[in-house]
Design a protein around this ligand. Structure first.
Ligand code: NDP
Length: 288
């Protein structure tokens, strides 16, 4: 398959290191490796130019295959991957990063993240892990580096020890979990917030406050929630293996939510009760 050339309609967000990231991308968590190249190809055909994967997802190789099969130049697609939890020690992180590049089949990633802070493991030391990611940035194999699931206290520790704060912090964030304190800290420190599970894996889509707006605007609930994320300035990468939903999730730039709609969705926050994934303060899982 060769992807048709098109002018992207997705806005880019400037990172604190001068690079730019497309605000809308495609996430591949829980996509079976056997289906990943096809899903990535579908997304690139629709117009996505940003793919979010991780060593933990076991589909980096198929992400690379999907990008190469599209016929797009490497430089046209923004690719993020993440350091898995078993590799926080510097030598392990170096080996894991090399493996990520080999699996993807590319000589650089656009963005590389520490996937989880794991404050209860490794003697609470994620600072030496971060310093190791700085090596990858400095040698050009990671254009940008960042973190995922970092809480304010974790970010403060990095700020005290590092040359530069992370370019992004990828956190769980959707209408049921605004994660507002972390997001506000990110904003105040020039860290771009990436919202993972941007539609809460579908859990928010039946909420009457959202379906009411969707019905009024003639849009789907997922489009309304993703548009809310975009207007709040978050970077998002919804996951789908369904071609019509991959397309639907990309069609966000020809309508707007007004202030009342934005406020109605923001009011759905349930705080910690809205969290669907692990709490970063206690999460300590190392995949087999
Ligand atoms: P999402 O919020 O993107 O939701 C995905 C789910 O919603 C799937 O079940 C999908 O089903 C369904 N869906 C997608 N689009 C629609 C639609 N338009 N209408 C109805 N249902 C829809 O969840 P994810 O957890 O996948 O998060 C997105 C990405 O965030 C991940 O792929 C990953 O890249 C990243 N992430 C990062 C984490 C981290 O710790 N850093 C943790 C979790 C995710 P179907 O496929 O059948 O369409």
């Amino acid at each position: 398959m060769s992807v048709s050339q098109r002018t992207t309609i997705v806005p880019s967000v400037r990172l604190n290191d001068g690079h730019f990231i497309p605000q809308l991308g495609f996430g591949v968590f829980q996509i079976d490796p056997a289906d990943t190249a096809e899903a990535v190809g579908e997304a690139l055909e629709v117009g996505y130019r940003h793919i979010d994967t991780a060593e933990m997802y076991r589909n980096e190789r198929e992400v690379g295959e999907g990008v190469r099969a599209s016929g797009l130049d490497r430089g046209e697609v923004f690719i993020t991957s993440k350091l898995n939890n078993g590799y926080h020690r510097p030598d392990d992180a170096r080996r894991a990063f090399e493996t990520t590049l080999i699996e993807l089949g590319f000589d650089y990633v656009d963005l590389f993240l520490i996937h989880w802070p794991l404050p209860t493991l490794y003697g609470g030391d994620f600072v030496s892990t971060w310093k190791t990611l700085e090596e990858f940035r400095d040698d050009g194999r990671a254009r940008s580096i960042g973190v995922s699931n970092f809480q304010i206290e974790h970010l403060q520790r990095l700020a005290a020890a590092a040359d530069q704060v992370p370019a992004v912090n990828q956190i769980e964030l959707h209408p049921y979990l605004l994660n507002e304190q972390v997001r506000a800290y990110d904003e105040a420190h020039a860290i771009v917030t990436e919202a993972w599970s941007p539609i809460a894996q579908g859990r928010v889509l039946g909420d009457p406050a959202i379906t009411r707006i969707a019905d009024r605007l003639g849009r789907s609930p997922a489009q309304v929630v993703l548009r809310w994320q975009i207007q709040r300035g978050n970077v998002v990468f919804p996951k789908s293996t369904n071609p019509s939903r991959i397309k639907e999730n990309f069609e966000l730039f020809d309508f707007e939510l007004d202030a009342d709609d934005l406020a109605a969705i923001t009011a759905l926050d349930k705080g910690e009760a809205g969290r669907t994934g692990p709490n970063p303060d206690t999460f300590a899982h190392i995949p087999a």
